[in-house]
Write a protein that binds this ligand. Sequence first.
Ligand code: NAD
Ligand code: TYD
Length: 354
Amino acid sequence: MILVTGGAGFIGGNFVLDWLGNPKNDGVINLDALTYAGNLSTLKEVEQDPRYQFIQGDIAERHQVQDIFQKYQPTAVINFAAESHVDRSITGPGAFIQTNIVGTFNLLDCAKSYWSQLDPDKKSAFRFLHVSTDEVYGTLGPKDPPFKETNPYEPNSPYSASKAASDHLVRAWFHTYDFPVLTTNCSNNYGPYHFPEKLIPLCILNALNGKSLPIYGDGQQVRDWLFVKDHCAAIRTVLEKGKLGETYNIGGWNEKANIDVVKQICAILDELRPKEDGHSYAEQITFVTDRPGHDRRYAIDASKIERDLGWRPIETFESGIKKTVQWYLENPEWVEGVTSGKYREWIANQYQQS
Ligand code: NAD
Ligand code: TYD
């Protein structure tokens, strides 16, 4: 068995589906606290798979995590569990400190105690893969080269600062205890099952519901977009071939300004679901107050993982974004299930001035 944390979230959920989609793969224990961002409906198709086991719980809960290690004896841990939304980290940073820092510490410490008593073969095969973000490197100017693994950490938001802290803990457990860790720092993901508080799914759904498409500031902030299934493949590659103690940057070589991403979504919707009045969805674009401390540009240099481990993304932004829009058009029941009262409250508060 492998232990996946945060497997009911966007990337963890896609990872569990992808992993169990290969009949040769081991089983998965999915430990997830089911916060507002965790949705078991993402995992419907594997619920009955005998290789799949869901456990509701918090990575910061020592006894529960210890028990899971003793009972299931996992061969690897992949840590996706986190608070992940920058805007929420600005209005309520406490949960980010608790899960991303204290939670990662607890998971690491429990994993290390378990690993230290394994027999030599199992001990040398064990892996702890920590899933992190490019946001730990801070922000880039328009002409700066993309982030390499050697860039200094310069996190600017409570979210990125908490992820940076967790990366440092993981690094320290390798250097101090020889604990077998791997860290991945990935750029912005998009694709199916993305919670609609993030830019791409929010704009797809707002467009379809006749609501405004809120662009922060001037919309010229740049993100480097990666289709989530490519990220899953990269994580499998690092798990299998990554060198212990190393970090790997993962990105799509797809730098786009936010306004261009949203215009592209509108153009796809105009083609796939034209509005009855013949107008373009782009007319719903609205510029709103900027995010405080908004990082201007992220871009990943993914040449290390390509050179050392042979991974490259398959999707271009054009192919991936079309698949994504199509997926949201075909899965209204998933959307219905996740846009609960709590979600509506967040959207109403966050966008009250727009
Ligand atoms: P998400 O918010 O969609 O999902 C997070 C999951 O973690 C949810 O299912 C939630 O219930 C669970 N969780 C939260 N707190 C928990 C706790 N204390 N114990 C157990 N489970 C808990 O996040 P995501 O977008 O899927 O991101 C997954 C990981 O990838 C995060 O670590 C994030 O920092 C990282 N990452 C995300 C992106 C991106 O674009 N989304 C890019 C790079 C890296
Ligand atoms: P987001 O999806 O929240 O990811 P991150 O902040 O981790 O990069 O945001 C992507 C970009 O889109 C970011 O520059 C902020 C911007 N954005 C908007 O312009 N409007 C929105 O309503 C949201 C949620 C984000």
